[in-house]
Design a protein around this ligand. Structure first.
Ligand SMILES: Nc1ncnc2c1ncn2[C@@H]1O[C@H](COP(=O)(O)OP(=O)(O)OP(=O)(O)O)[C@@H](O)[C@H]1O
Ligand SMILES: [Mg+2]
Length: 266
């Protein structure tokens, strides 16, 4: 059975894309057939994985169609390419920002627009063990449609007040809008992943303990992600596997992935 997992928070720049790509990469390394779906018109995950592909096989990826065009042709396969063994990418591009407008022309009722994307995702997702979705940081039809299609959401929270507020708003929104209003069939929260922590920084510890009070300690993943220069560099170089700094990053994501799989019952 396929598990579809969205990495979310309404706050921008909190590490959604970084963590989505690293976890997808780790899942594929474990011989799970994995698809990273980039639904963000900023296409950050697409860029990281295209550079990763170049590191792996020296080749540039070539999409048959942009994601927006694949949606128009009702065939998401057209925007999927292989990155490395067991890891595929459904690439995004700036024109995907037109998705809401396209859907407005297709359906009158907002709930129909929310539900439609999942009918395109389903036949594609079936071919994978895990589908990881990266979403934009704004409330929009794109995030609504991604969450509607998901089995799970992992909430990414930077250890600062705005990101905690973003996480709280995001979880309320999932319950009130995506589940109650649009009737998402499966959506459930895996938990909250705390990232970019500077060890022993008082503000970070304070935000973490506030989050723990608010959500309950068991809802926060016990592995946290520190600020690591190598992770930032992957935005420029793609994921690399050369040295001890890469190994340190992989060791962290092994733990995170173990915890995610345990929480979703795998
Ligand atoms: N653990 C980390 N250590 C160092 N840098 C990090 C870490 N996690 C993320 N970053 C950096 O922080 C920046 C924002 O991360 P990222 O793009 O993943 O956030 P995002 O939530 O997807 O942003 P957006 O909301 O714009 O989509 C990037 O430059 C990324 O490389
Ligand atoms: Mg992003």
């Amino acid at each position: 059975m396929t598990e579809i997992i969205t990495f979310g928070n309404f706050k921008g720049g909190v590490g959604k894309t970084t963590n989505a790509t690293q976890v997808a990469y780790e899942l594929s390394k474990r011989n799970n057939k994995t698809l990273l779906m980039d639904l963000d018109p900023q296409a950050n995950a697409t860029n990281i994985l295209l550079k990763t592909k170049a590191n792996v096989d020296g080749e540039l990826g070539h999409f048959k169609a942009s994601l927006m065009s694949a949606v128009e042709q009702e065939n998401l396969e057209l925007s999927i390419i292989n990155i490395q063994s067991n890891l595929d990418l459904m690439g995004s591009a700036p024109d995907f920002a037109l998705f809401p407008r396209f859907m407005e022309q297709k359906f009158e009722k907002y709930v129909d627009r929310v539900q439609y994307l999942s009918t395109l995702i389903k036949p594609v997702a079936e071919k994978y063990d895990y589908v990881i979705i990266d979403i934009p940081p704004t409330i929009s039809l794109i995030t609504d449609a991604a969450l509607y299609a998901s089995d799970w959401c992992l909430v990414i929270m930077q250890t600062q007040q705005q990101s905690l507020d973003g996480a709280i708003g995001f979880i309320d929104y999932m319950q009130n809008d995506i589940v109650d209003k649009y009737h998402a069939p499966n959506l459930d929260v895996i938990g909250i992943l705390a990232v970019l922590i500077t060890p022993r920084a008082p503000v970070d510890q304070m935000t973490l303990s506030k989050a723990s009070d608010y959500f309950g300690e068991k809802n926060i993943l016990s592995t946290t992600i520190h600020n690591m220069a190598r992770i930032k560099r992957y935005g420029i170089t793609g994921i690399t596997t050369n040295d001890q700094y890469d190994k340190k990053v992989f060791a962290v994501y092994k733990k995170i992935t173990d915890e995610i799989l345990e929480r979703i019952g795998h």
